[in-house]
Design a protein around this ligand. Structure first.
Ligand SMILES: [Zn+2]
Length: 389
């Protein structure tokens, strides 16, 4: 049987967004909201690729506390000598390219706005290419299963443009070279970050993706006896209501960064480590009084699977209410009109899974997407191996 399973990860195409816009209703008959995973976009994606939560795959944000790491020498040295912001941005982009090329750093520093003096306390979690074989070790990803079972496959390349990846996928389908395809698309995420409330822009963008997916399906229908197509996302997008300058609040305390405490300011969270016990008492007391935020309890850290034995991603996590953003933060100086990374239970945080075929069991959490893809991998294994396994 000549068959292909096609998965399209449409970043930020959350349940609320796809539901409102009736995305490909005549093709994707089976539609499910998918509870997101607290963390950044890569946290959700890594969870979808491995079926494991952050305290197993160990990605919960781009940066974690690691004061002895050599990232400090590599970046701080260069950034230190740059006098102006434009120069620093240019150098950051250059470093991003260099890291990609020579060090296997898979995600870039394009939006990094961490002051050089503070960079030395952190290491970059994105150094591993999660799309590569072994890229999520010790957790196995769907790519490891594809390689181990010698399934002919095509995975989009994040170094290439969306258009090029689409072209490559159409070509691999025309040539019947793959049985499993996974296309990662980030264009909608960009649009929703910048214009989350612009219904026309969102509808136009979704129409564009509908068209691309219809092209893929047409080719699959011509060249394969059987095909399945699924569109999925690990999270949605929440419109900005307001911003909170947590950095300013903390800097007004009589404490020193690097001596008493360390903090990393994400767009929707602030994570703290303490070098002095009294500092913890002072900071926690102050955080408790910031409106539209809450400190995650031990039970919540456990529930969200972000309880790390070594506190690598923070001893205290301050989470903002949906719609509020940390500004300034260490990723982007200015907040975006739209952001993700809020409590997974919030309606706008939900991701989605929509498919031409009924998944069994139906997904409810982003990690379940891995099991659906794994079922597709197993479906591609020749029957002989199924019988002897
Ligand atoms: Zn995003």
């Amino acid at each position: 049987m000549n068959k292909i399973h096609i998965f399209i990860y449409l970043d930020s195409a959350g349940w609320e967004i796809l539901r409102r816009n009736t995305f490909l209703p005549d093709i994707l008959h089976y539609r499910y909201p998918v509870c997101s995973q607290l963390g950044d976009s890569v946290t959700s994606l890594t969870t979808a690729l491995t079926g494991q939560p952050p305290n197993v795959h160990r990605h919960f944000g781009n940066y974690y506390y690691s004061p002895r790491h050599s990232l400090r020498e590599m970046l701080e040295m260069l950034l230190h000598y740059l006098p102006c912001e434009e120069g620093r941005k240019a150098k950051t982009e250059l470093m991003s390219g260099l890291f990609r090329k020579f060090r296997g750093y898979s995600w870039c520093f394009d939006h990094l706005s961490l002051p050089p003096g503070r960079l030395r306390f952190f290491d970059y979690a994105g150094r591993r290419d999660i799309f590569a074989r072994g890229g999520t070790a010790p957790s196995k990803s769907i790519f490891d299963h594809l390689h181990e079972n010698n399934i002919p496959h095509m995975i989009s390349d994040w170094r290439k443009s969306e258009e090029q990846n689409l072209k490559d996928m159409l070509e691999t389908i025309r040539r019947k070279q793959s049985q499993f395809c996974l296309l990662f698309m980030s264009g909608l995420d960009k649009i929703l970050h910048h214009a989350p409330a612009d219904e026309q822009k969102r509808a136009d963008s979704l129409k564009h993706y509908e068209k691309q997916i219809e092209n893929i399906i047409s080719e699959a229908a011509v060249h394969y006896d059987k095909y399945s197509v699924s569109v999925m996302s690990g999270h949605g997008m929440t419109v900005r209501q307001s911003v909170i300058n947590v950095k300013n609040i903390i800097s007004r305390l009589d404490l020193s960064f690097g001596k008493d405490y360390i903090a990393f300011y994400d767009p929707t969270m602030v994570r703290f480590w303490y070098l002095d016990h009294e500092a913890k008492t002072i900071i926690v007391e102050r955080l408790r009084n910031i409106p539209h935020t809450r400190i995650l309890s031990g039970e919540e850290m456990h529930k969200y699977n972000i309880n790390f034995a070594d506190n690598m991603y923070g001893e205290t996590v301050l989470l903002l209410d949906p719609g509020y953003q940390v500004e300034p933060n260490d990723h982007i100086r200015q907040s975006y009109p739209g952001m993700h990374g809020y409590a997974p239970e919030h309606e706008d945080s939900y991701g989605a899974f929509m498919s031409s075929h009924q998944p069994s069991p139906p997904p409810s959490w982003v990690g379940d997407l891995y099991h659906i893809m794994l079922a597709a991998v197993n479906d591609c294994i020749p029957e002989y191996f199924h019988k002897t396994a």
